[in-house]
Write a protein that binds this ligand. Sequence first.
Ligand SMILES: Cc1cc2nc3c(=O)[nH]c(=O)nc-3n(C[C@H](O)[C@H](O)[C@H](O)COP(=O)(O)OP(=O)(O)OC[C@H]3O[C@@H](n4cnc5c(N)ncnc54)[C@H](O)[C@@H]3O)c2cc1C
Length: 253
Amino acid sequence: MSIEKFSVEKVLSVHRWAHNLFSFTMTRPAHFKFTAGQFARIGLMVGDELVVRAYSVVSSPFDETLEFFSIVVPDGAFTSNLQHLKVGDELYLEKISYGYLTLARYQQPLPQDLWLLATGTGLAPFLSMLQDFETWNKYQQINLVYSVRTASELAYVDRIQEIAKLFGEGHSGFRFIPIITRDPNAALHDRLPVLIANGELEKAAGSELSPASSHVMLCGNPQMVEDTKEALKQRGLTMNRRGEGNIAVENYW
Ligand SMILES: Cc1cc2nc3c(=O)[nH]c(=O)nc-3n(C[C@H](O)[C@H](O)[C@H](O)COP(=O)(O)OP(=O)(O)OC[C@H]3O[C@@H](n4cnc5c(N)ncnc54)[C@H](O)[C@@H]3O)c2cc1C
């Protein structure tokens, strides 16, 4: 990998949510442009090798710094090292951003209701979208659905409320719907495809998944993405291709 493709950035803050989850911010070079929903490629020197991984940007395209939300995979080549990150450390950032999980991809149906369905760190691109006023101006109803295994993995809950207050002021159609799959006492604890098939997700959102009006984005665990896609297709929703259709997805592995 050619090192000239990267700039060297400084870590500004690190926040630990759980033993296997943390967020960090770093300096943003002026040349690094992105649209809400896109991902960066971040590099870390491990010995004398540059290890690079894709990371969705959490921050808004208008922020002066870059924020990311990371899993720790115990034997992962990248995150087993990244988990020790400290303020002042250096990270490599590829100069360009990537990805098509952006609202600009939707032409038909016209924007009306937006469903953002995440597992775990798949929340990241949706936090960026929600920190863009354009998202709130475009959609009458926005449902952020965030599925985790245990309550301790529910990161960003206070930030989500703050973002909704700040960016969604005067907007009456926002619902935040957490799902905790290993807690039978949680209001919603089934997997997303089940909650779609049995109508519980729509009940919690107070709105319908509709081929005529819904834009649905899925991000995170590939098995969740695949199974949820199928559940949505059963309801008549279609994959978004060349601007048309309801469903857009991003797999993290
Ligand atoms: C487009 C894109 C955007 C991504 N954005 C993010 C992000 O914002 N935050 C983030 O933490 N990761 C993200 N990832 C995953 C990330 O690139 C790495 O896979 C992750 O950092 C683990 O790297 P690793 O080398 O430690 O393990 P890897 O060798 O890359 O992965 C090992 C295994 O760990 C599991 N795994 C990998 N990533 C995750 C994850 N995020 N959550 C749960 N299990 C996982 C999978 O089972 C995978 O097979 C993204 C991936 C893609 C393709």
